[in-house]
Ligand binder design. Structure first.
Ligand SMILES: Cc1cc2nc3c(=O)[nH]c(=O)nc-3n(C[C@H](O)[C@H](O)[C@H](O)COP(=O)(O)O)c2cc1C
Length: 255
């Protein structure tokens, strides 16, 4: 067939398309397990980092061995085996009507629309019981849903740390939720006072001379809406709709 024939031109183009499609789809399929493993490793890194446990230069999988993952029934605040902890995909579950509940206007202060019925939590246990409780948190900022972890100390009311691993807030404004100094300012703050949720992110700077400052976090300058989003998601996830039933149960010593 002549090189400049229309048939040959289309034939070569079609063959090239098929070859390229096979190469791209084979690469996508073959890389998927590696991508999933990396995603899981990243999550583990963030879980450790949020609790201030991440050590540089030490294998993350080895470090993660100190953490036990458990599933909580969010309705009752009790641990459950209703779903398999190894395969449970909480993000997927929170979109599945069978595995999540819809939140009504007043309930949905974190603007997440639906909440999974079951949640993973991460626990560091020592001889005296729980040493750290690491909770997944999420809520809407200005542009995006911010996903992260909040860690509590063994008293289940002192903040051990916070970290967000996924969001699309503006770098330098709302993106300052990733600022290490700001994250450090959470450490040691009191989430509850005699059982009442008191932790809040305020507008402006915390006056440390004032009563209640031990439960307040500086707002982010020029990012009032992101700041409000973080305040609301904390109130949601540490409140009655979130992990407060679990925390009360663990504090009662019945667990
Ligand atoms: C390009 C652009 C990006 C912005 N990104 C954010 C953001 O990520 N988070 C936020 O709270 N406000 C952001 N803002 C500012 C908000 O529009 C709003 O002005 C601000 O939250 C008010 O905060 P302030 O009272 O601290 O100035 C952005 C504004 C612009 C123009």
């Amino acid at each position: 067939m002549a090189n400049d024939s229309i048939k040959k031109t289309f034939g070569v183009a079609a063959l090239l398309c098929v070859v390229c499609a096979i190469v791209v789809s084979t690469a996508a399929v073959m890389l998927r397990p590696a991508q999933q493993a990396n995603k899981l490793l990243d999550l583990k890194t963030n879980i450790l980092a949020s609790a201030g446990l991440l050590q540089a230069g030490v294998d993350v999988e080895t470090q993660f061995e100190q953490i036990t993952t458990r599933i909580v029934d969010m309705e009752t605040g009790r641990f459950t085996d209703a779903v398999d902890v190894a395969t449970y995909d909480q993000r997927k579950a929170s979109k599945d009507p069978a595995l999540s509940v819809e939140l009504t206007g007043d309930e949905d202060i974190a603007k997440i629309k639906r909440r999974a019925k079951y949640s993973s939590v991460y626990i560091v246990e020592g001889e005296q019981g729980i040493e750290k409780l690491i909770l997944p948190i999420k809520g809407y900022g200005l542009w995006s849903t911010m996903y992260g972890f909040l860690a509590l100390e063994s008293d289940l009311q002192t903040v051990a740390g916070i970290g967000f691993y996924e969001h699309a807030e503006t770098p330098g404004l709302g993106g300052e939720i990733d600022n290490p100094n700001w994250k450090t300012s959470w450490v040691g703050k009191q989430a509850y006072n005699q059982g009442d949720l008191v932790l809040s992110v305020i507008k402006g700077r915390v006056d440390t001379e004032r009563a209640g400052s031990e439960s307040q976090i500086d707002g982010l300058a020029g990012a009032t809406l992101t700041t409000r989003g973080v305040d609301k998601l904390i109130k949601y996830w540490l409140g009655e709709q979130g992990f407060q039933p679990l925390i009360s149960y663990l504090k009662s010593g019945e667990a």
